[in-house]
Unconditional design. Structure first.
Length: 364
């Protein structure tokens, strides 16, 4: 009996061990000793890799691609294929890095001031908006590009017809890209299969009924900055930096659904993964608006030590919010439950320029 029991126990343990090995081998995520965030230091041409639980910089990645002040601005992470991407707004290039080693893999030149990016991990496409002219250029961009990230080549371009497309948001199926003009108060619904079709004009919608019907007129009334889609793709959220509000639209009809007043000059924002909360950094208000979308109740994180807020990102379980402040030169980590400040992340100043942290992305 003892021998049989021992054999059964040994078989159970073997099966359990095998199951654990299979589960581990199927988990394609990169093992992490800490919860990692990448923060663009636009003033120093480098990226800070940060342990957001400890509030400490682990190391820096040099992105001074041309040694002329390239200004890294925005970051997205591909956790499926283990890469991260960074826009360099001063030289018009997008860099591709290995997520495991943080070594440069490839790059692609897209043109004046690449702004924000959206990544289709399944199809391996990267979409990038072109915001404003580089120094010395007289005309604003109206372009959004589609990049094959395997070859790092532009495979298609859409001209939305309005100046300075900035905020973009990609549907979960990868079929639709939304873009908004920062200068004309219009947003656009782009069929991602039509990139490269020079005859294609995306469907356009007005942000407000009080603006010109033509998207070719730069009325500058709303100054749309960032877009976010609800996780079921039914609602589009737009931060309107000139009117201090977040506007919500139906993605089927383009009709306005709601308007949420926030702080002064809302910049980047994040939706919680259950779409119940909205976290908005208010650039000129030096504050963060936290909104319960269902009840409409809001609270404000008002910290006068932070100045000119810019980017924000939520951790994988939404318990931490990381915001960047180019004005103070720091990044901040907040507990989303009680809205308390957990860490002030200071960057080493071994450069003659200020860090100017802007874009932030967290490995989920």
């Amino acid at each position: 009996m003892a021998i049989q029991f021992f054999k059964r126990d040994l078989i159970k343990r073997s099966i359990l061990l095998l199951g654990m090995m299979i589960a581990f081998s199927c988990d394609d995520r990169i093992p992490q000793d800490f919860q990692k965030a990448y923060i663009a230091l636009q003033g120093q041409d480098r990226i800070a890799v940060v342990d957001i639980n400890a509030g400490e910089v682990e190391h820096y990645v040099d992105v001074d691609f041309t040694n002329t002040g390239d200004m890294p601005h925005y970051i997205v992470i591909d956790e499926t294929h283990h890469y991260w991407y960074c826009t360099l707004i001063a030289n018009g290039t997008i860099l591709k890095f290995d997520l495991k080693t943080d070594e440069l893999v490839d790059s692609v030149f897209v043109g004046n001031m690449p702004a924000l990016m959206e990544l289709d991990e399944q199809r391996e496409y990267l979409y990038v908006s072109r915001f404003m002219p580089m120094m010395g250029m007289s005309t604003a961009s109206q372009l959004v590009h589609k990049i094959d990230v395997q070859s790092m080549t532009i495979v298609g371009t859409v001209n939305v017809g309005a100046d300075s497309p900035h905020g973009i948001a990609l549907s979960s199926d990868g079929n639709t890209l939304w873009a908004a003009s920062n200068q004309a108060s219009h947003f656009f619904k782009i069929d991602t299969d039509r990139f490269g079709d020079s005859t294609y004009q995306p469907q356009n919608f007005r942000i407000g009924s009080n603006v010109p019907s033509s998207y070719e007129i730069n009325d500058g009334f709303y100054n749309a900055l960032e877009l976010e889609l609800s996780h079921d793709d039914t609602k589009l959220y737009i931060s309107c930096s000139n009117t201090n509000e977040i506007r919500v639209f139906d993605t089927t009809t383009g009709d306005s659904l709601d308007t949420f007043p926030v702080g002064m000059m809302p910049w980047h924002f994040q939706l919680s993964k259950d779409d119940s909360q909205l976290f908005v950094v208010n650039r000129m208000g030096n504050s963060i608006t936290v909104m319960n979308i269902l009840s409409g109740e809001t609270s404000t994180i008002d910290d006068m030590s932070i100045d000119l807020l810019h980017g924000c990102a939520l951790s994988g379980n939404d318990n931490l919010l990381v915001v960047t402040s180019p004005g103070s030169g720091n990044a901040y980590v907040y507990d989303t439950e009680d809205e308390s400040l957990l860490h002030t992340i200071k960057f080493s100043n071994d450069s003659t320029t200020d860090p100017m942290p802007t874009g932030v992305a967290i490995v989920q």
